[in-house]
Design a protein around this ligand. Sequence first.
Ligand code: AMP
Ligand code: ZN
Length: 468
Amino acid sequence: MVTPVRLHNTLGRRLSELTPLEPGHVRLYTCGPTVYNVVHIGNLRTFVFEDILRRHLLAKGYRLTQIMNLTDVDDKTIGGAREAGLSLPEFTAKYEEAFFRDIGRLNVQPAEKYPKATDHVPEMVALIETLRERGHTYESDGSVYFRIATFPGYGKLSGIDLSQMRRGERVAEDEYEKEDAKDFALWKGAKPGEPSWPSPFGQGRPGWHIECSAMSMKYLGRHFDIHTGAVDNIFPHHENEIAQSEAATGEPFVEVWLHGEHLVVDGEKMSKSKGNFYTLDDILAQRDDPAAVRYLFLSVPYRRKLNFTWEALAGAAAGVARIRSAFGRIEEVAASGAEKPGAFDAKERGRKFLEDFTAAMDDDLNTSEALGALFPYLREVNVASDDGSLDARGARAALEAIRSADRVLGVLPAAPDALPAEIEARIEARNAARKRRDFAEADRIRAELASRGIVLEDGPSGTRWKKA
Ligand code: AMP
Ligand code: ZN
């Protein structure tokens, strides 16, 4: 029997049992990076939380379609490109590559698709047109605004107090304060020197919020299962996404909203001005152990603040080392070939351990409790190995149980035979994309592999790969 997954839904602020709208298939939208700088470890904490969600749903046997957008046009990317004296695509390409490199180093599994905002402007325009036809918009100075008073459900996600709001006040910026419920920009009239696209409302560019509504509904349908981000996304971004999407379709947009808490540094908000702003490169320059960073993120459940300190990172590195060294010792016993009657029953204990592990993960992805189930099991198996009561068969069963948990945790090195098979599968996916002339997808797969240190060479006898 498959036990149900319970998740804390921000909409309604309660635990809900996941029941996919299409039986057996979970459709998931995870807000992706704004590619205007190298992501910081706070952003990465959120991407790892979403990866854990992904891996747990796959481990439960669900088919999964995960879409993560890349915000490559908005106020921040345009401002950054201008300052750097680069075109918008030149500017964002650099950070897109850095993003894939970072998530690859943290062993984040690739989503099914990473659509870019600049490739979906027609879909955004069509959505704004629908909103206009249904009377939810007004135009001012060449821009189109969403009139929040036309959507009675406005505020249901964030619980914002609308009583202070003055009708018709509007905001042109993509990001604004929680206290400021205002009509927001769907389409921003072109300004000199800014990239722009033609539309029925005049030349301009999309607002940030409409990007995610258009891309999520294009790939996942008008009504899908899970939408995630960090807590700063609740207002205004996700509140506005709900308003736009539901006002356009007249249907509910998303069943379950999940929001990860922030990473803070020495108890303070991470910010450039305080000098406590870390990228993954900054961290790895001090301690070259990406698995320790991943473990640190897992050691605190996603809905609790995570306080980054160097001591906590050292503790996480010790945790990874313990798992790896226990695993290595069990591998030695497994390789010994000896089998004994009356040996330690690693299989039965492994089954019990996986039951506890899964129960913790089912409980709103309680990763710290899941890790808490792993260590007693490792200890028992190690004690059995020390006193000679672990035989090869038991060791193999233990390795299988630990590997099974690690398909979610992702802190052990990949099994030696898993890598080639995985790469061959990605090469096949790339060949299929090339066949259907989806060269953007083919290039993306090449870039994704490159970010993991795998180089592809296309030759007359097919595609070969090697380590960079
Ligand atoms: P952005 O590139 O700013 O759109 O952020 C990418 C993701 O990281 C979003 O889901 C943000 O909500 C999330 N995020 C931003 N700051 C933090 C932080 N300090 N801790 C955790 N997640 C964050
Ligand atoms: Zn988004």
